[in-house]
Design a protein around this ligand. Sequence first.
Ligand SMILES: Cc1cc2nc3c(=O)[nH]c(=O)nc-3n(C[C@H](O)[C@H](O)[C@H](O)COP(=O)(O)O)c2cc1C
Length: 423
Amino acid sequence: MQKSKFLNIVLATAVLVLTVLLSTKNDKSVMKSSKNAAGSVENRPSDSTFIPFKKRSLGVRAELHPKPAAVIGTYDKDGKPNIMTAAWIGISNSDPLSIAVSMRPATYSYANVTESGAFTVNIPSAELAKYVDYAGRFSGRDVDKFKETGLTPLRSEFVNAPYIKEFPLVIECELTEYHDLGSHRQFIGKIIDVKADEAILDAEGRVDVSLLNPLIYAGRNYYETGAFVAEVGESLHEIDGKPFIPDYRRKHMNETLKVIHSRKSVRHFTDQAVSKEQIELLLQAGMAAPTAVNRQPWAFYVVTRRETLDSLSEQLPYAKMLSQAQAAIVVCGDMEKAGNLKDKAYWVQDCSAATQNILLAAESIGLGAVWTAVFPYDDRSKVVIETLKLPGHHIPLNVIPIGYPTSEDTPKDKWKPENVFWQ
Ligand SMILES: Cc1cc2nc3c(=O)[nH]c(=O)nc-3n(C[C@H](O)[C@H](O)[C@H](O)COP(=O)(O)O)c2cc1C
């Protein structure tokens, strides 16, 4: 090799090494200042997970994520209720608090909102996906979507629009203005009232997003909402000396803790059959739970008949996944065994402990299950009592759909040190 060529290579390598060193130094100083400002940045596993640096241009695409999959309720000119799915939607103003929803002129709902001056935004939880899909595929011009889906329209007491009884969260809006943007008309609706199912409220009466588990639309697929990450404004701080990113590689796990931490509410099942032996394992685990005064005030109904599972799925608003499940265990309190008036109420704790054992046992043998509440809702109780023809002294606490999980459901990290009060 010529001497000058060799020198050139040495020089180029030196420049490269220097550039890398400098850029690393810069990165470190940025990291340091953000650490100083906000805590434990350097403790994070690997910054390459947070800062993707190799970007590719995708052109003009609607890649704003996450997009809600909401269902808009309207009346047509004859007062007939209609629903339509909309993902081009979002909060657009704080005062007055308003929502913008964009609709194509070809939709039936477009004319409905324009003429009625109102709409409702119905937010589905993930298990209501099939209704969202239906409302987004068919037009109210051709079908009665409420009739076809079996959903129930209820008249809003505040605005001239219907909302969906079975959806957990409803926002009632009065049209204030609209803008023709090109393909879509953007309707601005002032929020007049919000209604939420009590089952999705936290102790302070606020909507708990993990209980709501809203459906997310992502172009080709629907997703459900993921795990809690951090409180707003707290995400850069250390929590109890640890970085806020949950440590899923928990060390010092034993088999029991692993099952406890990997249990999740499984709402999606494959069509693989579940055997009687497997169900018996779950029931044995259920009956191993502690009960007050050892009364064992319970009765377990095992449902495997397809028509019964489907019928319960149709009638119970939060147990739609029964249509995919291979079996269900209905945990009931047995009032003939529940004791006298004073401690009768323990049946709820006793049957809840049994339920949790069943859920953990399912996880431990590779099955999926989910607790769908029946008690204390009269309407759900009536459905279960009538469908399963339960005797008067058996009170259904819940329905647990069971099957082999698809990989769609994952465990949530719910560890929050701030919920613990050491004394
Ligand atoms: C997930 C999803 C999101 C949608 N988002 C919108 C939207 O934001 N705006 C719109 O005009 N149509 C949207 N559509 C299409 C309408 O829902 C569809 O055209 C529907 O049939 C209209 O119903 P209608 O004619 O009864 O009003 C969406 C459909 C799906 C499945």
